[in-house]
Design a protein around this ligand. Structure first.
Ligand code: NAP
Length: 306
């Protein structure tokens, strides 16, 4: 298949492109720095600055699948008003432009989304049937609007999937930030540690994206989280155990809020989310359904070099 990927240079994107290439697909990417993206990924790359220009037509030629992952990173730095606008627009405006420019050859749009579409409080279990209320916070609004823009493609008879991604465990993202602290034996739960953490191993997430792109049964919003979410306290203990380090140092919620401001919500919110559609409708087989096995794979053989 001819596949166009945005955000391809990122943590999830570069794993996905590697798998797509290995499976023999013809991959092209859009990037703010095409020369760098082409060097990194070894595929044709096209410059695109979404705020200033339309999608370059050459990138869209003969494309059958678009995988839309680009967006200002939510997990780094404070959420200033300027960055929040960029987080929103780099996803919503770019998706709108991709939908408007979709070529006649397009069959599928697989778009990012996140578990941030759910309320982020308490123990209630959420699946894809949840409806975001009209009045909602920043992350819920961002995810809801992102999915709505992507769904615009359906009017053109194109199948759309929005992947509500959980906390991805791999060689990037959250683990990248936690590992140096945990390796020093200074890790531990944040807040009261009771919040739910809906993790997913990077290999399984890539598997979900591949299935969403290539299996014609997949459509609509899909929770991409492992079937066995844990509370943050259990996650910290499991990570400490995998690294053979103590993990008893709690980080109080107020310290995190002081350090990160509104972005502290990423660690403090509670998302008890289950992959209902993946399991019930698609019989998706997770390679890593349980956290200890996922962590053993990722950090178990002490990949720190220490
Ligand atoms: N990682 C997670 O745990 C997680 C969880 C839930 C949802 N997601 C979502 O999944 C998507 C991919 O995640 P990721 O972790 O792979 O992200 P990432 O590593 O931050 O990569 C995102 C890519 O988007 C492009 N980008 C970044 N800022 C941009 C901006 N302001 N304007 C235009 N393009 C920009 C960059 O590509 P170029 O530099 O090549 O342009 C970058 O490589 C994101 O939308 C993210 O919100 C991720």
């Amino acid at each position: 298949m001819n596949i166009l990927v945005t955000g391809a240079t990122g943590f999830i994107g570069h794993h996905l492109v590697t798998q797509l290439k290995q499976a023999g697909h013809a991959v092209k990417v859009l990037s703010r720095d095409a020369a760098r993206a082409g060097r990194k990924l070894g595929v044709p790359a096209y410059d695109w600055h979404y705020a200033e220009e339309e999608v370059p037509p050459a990138a869209l030629e003969n494309v059958q699948i678009i995988i839309q992952l680009m967006g200002e990173n939510l997990g780094t730095g404070r959420w200033t008003a300027k960055r929040k606008r960029e987080m929103y627009e780099s996803r919503i405006v770019s998706t709108r432009k991709l939908v408007a420019a979709a070529p006649a050859s397009l069959e599928r749009l697989v778009c990012g989304s996140a578990i941030g579409i759910y309320p982020g409080t308490g123990d209630e279990i959420y699946d894809e049937s949840f409806v975001v209320p009209a009045e909602a916070g920043f992350m819920q609004t961002l995810c809801r609007d992102w999915e709505a823009e992507a769904a615009g493609i359906e009017a053109k008879g194109v199948r759309r999937v929005s992947i509500r991604t959980g906390v991805v465990l791999g060689d990037g993202g959250m683990l990248d930030k936690l590992l140096p602290i945990f390796r020093l034996g200074l890790g531990g739960p944040v807040g009261d540690g009771r919040q739910w953490l809906p993790w997913i191993h990077i290999n399984d997430l890539v598997g979900v994206f591949l299935a969403a792109a290539l299996d014609s049964r997949y459509h609509g919003p899909i929770n991409a989280v492992a079937p066995n979410p844990v509370r943050y306290r259990a996650f910290a203990a499991a990570l400490g155990k995998a690294l053979h380090r103590p993990a008893f140092f709690p980080v109080p919620a107020w310290v995190l809020k002081l350090l990160l401001g509104e972005a502290a919500a990423l660690a403090l919110n509670s998302y008890h989310v289950v992959p209902a559609r993946l399991l019930q409708e698609y019989d998706f087989k997770f390679q890593y359904a349980d956290l200890p096995a996922a962590l053993a794979d990722l950090v178990g053989q002490d990949k720190s070099g220490t």
